[in-house]
Design a protein around this ligand. Structure first.
Ligand code: NAP
Length: 486
């Protein structure tokens, strides 16, 4: 282990958190967590087995009645305390995220603040699972509608936001009264393990949140989804794995919430404020080094402003400092692992072979570290794979367009529908075009849409359901209607 990280890793737990206790896995199995900047081992983490997964569901089941029975205000106070304690420990958590994920410390700090907000927001929502009473038009009976915690929730999260993708699920689940079993991504299990003592200190009772990293994700998650006590599966990750989990969820009719892949268009109209569009583009493309489902994947720039936009974006991208995310001034860390880097290299090579022009970057340095330089490609041809697939790296693919109708059609020509961005000074056009884009979220003159108070989620194959806002709470609640005469 690198001595540079010793202090940061000294007290980070590496076992399974089940029923409020640290446990080894039932077969003693462990797996290594690597630092993407140096490719060295930073920790060895217990790998949950099917037996451990059953034990975690048992622990959640034991905790369910007590947690669901707490008054909403009590649950709210535990969530609010969790927010305060995460903010108290924000710097330590941010460094941990950078060590295991690679992202620049500034990105990690932003992520911790965003992650903590889900506890504050849902502390406020916990007291607002409001029902309704009305009269049946024909019979005159009362229709009483109320919400109950849905049951045990299995949460499966990706490596790109090791904190926020999990708290975006844990916050509403706990607010609703549901205990959870979380399976974090194998590349980045440490952040969630480090969160557990914080939640315990905040007053989350034993068994309400269980965390089981595992190298046998498929088997472990499948086992839990086939346990009739599990009633919700909330997954964030690739569309490919999301499809598999939807099939699994069908067997026991588990309620699915799916936050899947994206392929965001970023449209710059001829009347846009170009400097504002560049600022937005840098956020939409480079937050998390492009390793975000919301990352701008396809830049469509009107032919009249294309040259100016391409030149300014290239200058900004070329100026970003690449290096170990913990180092001062670094804004672009390494990609998460060797496969991620290989994929970016292949996508760029494919586009260049087909005729795209490299304006900056485009060539990966040798290791160690999964680094890839900020890259701008211009005139990316329609057949390039990067226009169909998520790039998931610091690569901006520019194309030009001539008319509004044409760009709407091209932007919508994808199986994904998570987020689209557009820049124009004409708000009539902005709203008109927004309404015609088949995406769950629109950034209109903004390069960032994520907000705990807003419903985050996608259309088409980008997902089912919403996270954040009141909608996010409803994913963990069942609606019950009582027909009554009094
Ligand atoms: P991934 O490969 O789909 O993995 C996500 C999680 O699923 C990980 O915990 C993984 O565990 C687990 N998993 C893998 N195979 C599984 C299986 N057969 N059964 C059950 N669980 C399984 O995704 P990723 O590469 O970590 O994350 C990148 C993807 O997430 C991108 O497509 C991105 O767009 C998407 N994403 C979407 C959102 C959103 O809100 N829409 C947000 C962030 C990311 P292991 O790590 O052990 O394989």
């Amino acid at each position: 282990m690198s001595s540079r990280y010793d202090n940061l890793l000294a007290n980070v737990p590496t076992d399974l958190w089940i029923g409020g206790k640290w446990r080894k896995s039932s077969d003693g199995g462990r797996f290594d967590v690597l630092d993407p900047a140096t490719e060295t081992k930073i920790a060895s983490v217990a790998s949950a087995t099917v037996e451990d997964a059953k034990a975690a569901v048992d622990a959640a089941s034991d905790a369910f009645e007590g947690w669901a029975g707490r008054k909403p205000r009590e649950r709210a106070e535990v969530l609010r305390k969790s927010f305060d304690l995460i903010m108290r420990d924000a710097e330590r958590l941010a460094k941990l995220i950078t060590i295991e994920n690679g992202k620049a410390l500034s990105d990690s700090r932003g992520e911790v603040a965003y992650a903590a907000e889900f506890f504050r927001w849902y502390a406020e929502e916990a007291v607002r699972a409001i029902g309704a009473v009305s009269r049946a038009p024909a019979s005159g009976a009362r229709i009483v509608v109320q919400h109950k915690p849905a049951g045990i929730a299995v949460l499966v999260t990706p490596w790109n936001f090791p904190a926020a993708m999990a708290t975006r699920k844990i916050g509403p689940a706990l607010a609703a009264g549901c205990p959870v079993v979380l399976k974090p991504a194998s590349d980045t299990p440490l952040t969630m393990l480090a969160l557990m003592p914080i939640l315990e200190e905040a007053g989350v009772p034993a068994g309400v949140v269980n965390v089981i990293p595992s190298r046998s994700s498929g088997k472990v998650v499948s086992t839990m989804l086939h346990d009739p006590r599990v009633r919700v599966v909330s997954f964030t990750g690739s569309t490919e794995v999301g499809r598999k989990l939807l099939h699994e969820a069908a067997d026991t009719v588990v309620k699915p919430a799916m936050e899947l892949g994206g392929n965001a268009p970023f449209i710059v109209f001829e009347d846009a404020d170009i400097d504002a569009a560049i600022d937005g583009a840098m956020i939409a493309k480079m937050r998390n080094m492009g390793e975000a489902c919301t990352s701008a994947n396809r830049f469509y720039v009107h032919e009249r402003v294309h040259d100016e936009f391409a030149k300014k974006l290239t200058a900004k991208m070329a100026a970003l400092k690449v290096g170990n995310g913990l180092d001062d001034g670094v804004l672009v860390g390494p990609l998460v692992n060797a496969d991620a880097k290989k994929k970016v290299i292949e996508l760029v090579d494919d586009a260049v072979d087909k005729g795209a022009k490299i304006l900056t970057g485009g060539k990966a340095p040798n290791g160690p570290g999964h680094f890839y330089p900020p890259t701008v490609l211009d005139a990316v041809p329609e057949g390039a794979a990067m226009l169909r697939e998520e790039i998931f790296g610091p690569v901006a693919a520019i194309q030009s367009f001539k008319s509004e109708g044409e760009v709407i059609k091209r932007a919508n020509d994808t199986e994904y529908g998570l987020v689209a961005y557009l820049y124009t000074k004409d708000m009539n056009r902005g709203m008109r075009v927004s309404e015609q884009l088949d995406f769950g979220m629109i950034g209109l003159n903004r390069g960032l849409v994520s907000d705990p108070a807003a419903p985050f989620g996608g259309m088409k194959q980008s997902g089912i359901g919403r996270e954040g806002a009141h909608e996010g709470l409803m994913e963990f609640l069942e609606t019950q209607y009582i027909s009554v005469t009094w």
